[in-house]
Design a protein around this ligand. Structure first.
Ligand code: B1M
Length: 212
């Protein structure tokens, strides 16, 4: 791994927000691609944080501060990844489903969709089926993105799809789902229009679903 990427990777594992912010900026100043910084340093660092948690070396507070360091780095990358003045190709209501506070992956998906000229209505995390329904009803959205990181919250994706159906809004939007425990089969079983395993494939899927 290149030294600057190693420093970003280690900064996230050590939960050093300022160092991560500074090193990500430094990497960009060196004309390193934002996607490379994300995929070769930042995402692997969060995977390592997960491993440390599984092995009992890190606990929830450590995961949380590491997540903040990751978000600090993402805030530096975002303006670079979001291209300006592009005509909107679609409008997305996005959120992590009810009961689930994991928002890094969802934020990454939103960031990359925004960079691909989608408009984003980000509802955040712990989003109830009713909140998804309200936003779809009161906006011109044509895509819904749901994220779940916990096996226990995945059923809330199905509940949200059912709520959209009950409100007569299911045909107005394409529903995309993702998150580490998800599979294509699960997406098919709950009646989603698509599943993407990562943020870049989420962009390709969204474009396909809206015919862009
Ligand atoms: Co939690 N956590 N966590 N956690 N956490 C996991 C998910 C876990 C796998 C850790 C472990 O045990 N190894 C485990 C889940 C086990 C399971 O259900 N199978 C777990 C647990 C158990 C918990 C708690 C229950 C712990 C506790 O309290 N005892 C608790 C639950 C809280 C809650 O949500 N109600 C909890 C809490 C937390 C923190 C709050 C401390 C923190 C989250 C902070 C935040 O997000 N703001 C946290 C973190 C950081 C993690 C790990 C370490 C990292 C997650 C992450 O951000 N990854 C995670 C372990 C791991 O994943 N290795 C873990 C980086 C991110 C870029 O990847 O989110 O997968 P990811 O997103 C990817 C793809 O999945 C995809 O694209 C992204 C990038 O390309 N994607 C989509 C995501 N959403 C998509 C939507 C799409 C398409 C693609 O739509 C189309």
């Amino acid at each position: 791994m290149e030294p600057i990427l190693k420093e970003i990777y280690q900064g996230i594992i050590d939960a050093e927000q300022d160092i991560v912010r500074e090193k990500v900026q430094q990497a960009l100043n060196m004309e390193m691609e934002a996607g490379k910084i994300l995929n070769e340093a930042m995402v692997p660092a969060m995977t390592e944080v997960g491993r440390l948690f599984e092995e009992g070396e890190y606990f929830v507070p450590e995961m949380l501060v590491c997540a903040r360091a990751m978000q600090a780095g993402m805030s530096v990358l975002k303006p670079v990844m979001v291209e300006q003045n592009l005509q909107s190709v679609g409008r997305v209501v996005a959120g992590t489903v009810k009961g689930d506070l994991h928002d890094i992956g969802k934020n990454l998906v939103c960031m990359m969709l925004e960079g691909a000229a989608f408009e984003i209505y980000d509802l955040g995390s712990d989003v109830s089926p009713d909140a998804f329904v309200d936003k779809v009803k009161n906006s011109d959205a044509n895509v819904v993105v749901m994220s779940a990181l916990l096996t226990t919250t995945m059923p809330n994706m199905k509940n949200t799809i059912e709520a959209l159906k009950a409100a007569g809004l299911r045909d107005k939007v394409k529903v995309m789902v993702g998150g580490a425990p998800l599979t294509q089969k699960y997406a098919d079983d709950i009646g989603a229009d698509g599943y993407a395993p990562d943020a870049s494939r989420a962009v390709a899927l969204a474009k396909r679903l809206v015919g862009a």
